[in-house]
Design a protein around this ligand. Structure first.
Ligand SMILES: Nc1ncnc2c1ncn2[C@@H]1O[C@H](COP(=O)(O)OP(=O)(O)OP(=O)(O)O)[C@@H](O)[C@H]1O
Length: 318
């Protein structure tokens, strides 16, 4: 049964986020184009937000910033009303949890990172975590169909991933950031995990942001969708609004946005070439210049639904 959740305060609030990766001297290189620019986003308890965008669009960077892994101004990113980077108790308590990236080789758990491939049983790993609700632990073991006798250095990638995900979800989170974590899971494990995560939002009022390229089985999962391109928020909308606009499946809808983005970038590149400019916009990274290919341009037209449905980047999701 769904709980009534307090909707007045956002659980995740990003205000005019601008971010450039620091160079080797620890500072953003002078003149570098920001990777994330003017991004605003508000999410509330119970929201399940799908974060989509092409490779290199900035999804991981955004999740890491919200997860407190990159320093930004205290007021720019607020999670549960606190600064994600400065208030380390947010992650230490498990209230804010990030699963992704380097976590693929290790288990990130409440601020600690544990190697995932040592000769240890799943049982030892999962039951070695203190202060866990036994009912929640049993449920996760069942949902992820974990055999507690598995030795972590001998199991398959997918089996190892199940244990890893179980560890990451043992503590009751309030805000969960998932960065493409289901890649190795079989169809059944993925479906059961998504069902569990949906329940966490509906019953406990958790907020989840999930960045993925795999849309299989996700059709009815998200309550909201956010599309980023070149570090800018192109669209943020409740799923029902997207569905009202188009009969296409979510995968086809996203495919259409990305095709449009790519076509516009190709056109932009052609125009640059015609003007005798280098085909690709260049971005400064540290002391060297990197070329981002077609992903480096700006999406400057509308993207969603029937093409004229561009949502404001200041949109608050309800
Ligand atoms: N530590 C870093 N230092 C400098 N640039 C970085 C760093 N990490 C990522 N980038 C750059 O930032 C851009 C966005 O990367 P990010 O990983 O956020 O994209 P993404 O949308 O998650 O991509 P994908 O879908 O491929 O996972 C890329 O051009 C990448 O090269």
């Amino acid at each position: 049964m769904a709980v009534e959740v307090e909707q007045s305060q956002p659980t995740v609030q990003v205000t005019n986020l601008k971010f450039t990766y620091p160079g080797i001297d620890g500072h953003p290189p002078p003149g570098a184009k920001p990777l994330i620019d003017g991004l605003n986003l508000s999410l509330f308890a119970g929201n399940r937000c799908l974060l989509v965008g092409s490779n290199g669009a900035g999804k991981t960077t955004i999740l890491k910033i919200i997860g407190g892994k990159h320093m930004v101004d205290q007021e720019t990113v607020r999670v549960l009303g606190r600064s994600a980077f400065h208030d380390t108790a947010l992650t230490a308590s498990g209230d804010l949890s990030y699963l992704g990236g380097e976590w693929r080789r290790e288990v990130a758990f409440a601020g600690y990172e544990i190697p995932i491939q040592m000769d240890v049983s799943a049982d030892k790993m999962i039951f070695g975590v203190a202060g866990i609700d036994p009912k929640r632990r049993d449920e996760l073991i069942k949902v992820l169909a974990i055999d507690l006798s598995w030795r972590m250095h001998k199991v398959s990638d997918g089996q190892r991933r199940r244990v890893q995900i179980c560890m990451g979800l043992l503590k009751t989170f309030k805000v969960l950031l998932l960065d493409e974590i289901t890649v190795d899971l079989d169809v059944l494990a993925r479906a059961d995990l998504l069902k569990f995560l949906k329940k966490e939002c509906e019953e406990r009022g958790a907020t989840i942001i999930y960045a993925t390229h795999i849309f299989d089985g996700l059709e009815d999962w998200p309550s909201h969708i956010v599309y980023v391109s070149q570090g800018k928020l192109q669209l943020a909308s409740p799923m029902n609004e997207i569905k009202e606009l188009s009969n296409l499946s979510m995968m086809r809808t996203v495919e259409r946005w990305l095709r449009k983005e790519r076509d516009e970038e190709r056109l932009r590149r052609k125009e640059r070439k015609a003007k005798g400019l280098p085909e690709h916009e260049k971005q400064v990274e540290g002391s060297r210049v990197i070329n981002n290919g077609w992903a480096a341009g700006r999406l400057n037209s509308t993207v969603a639904g029937e093409d004229n449905f561009l949502l404001s980047s200041n949109r608050v999701l309800r």
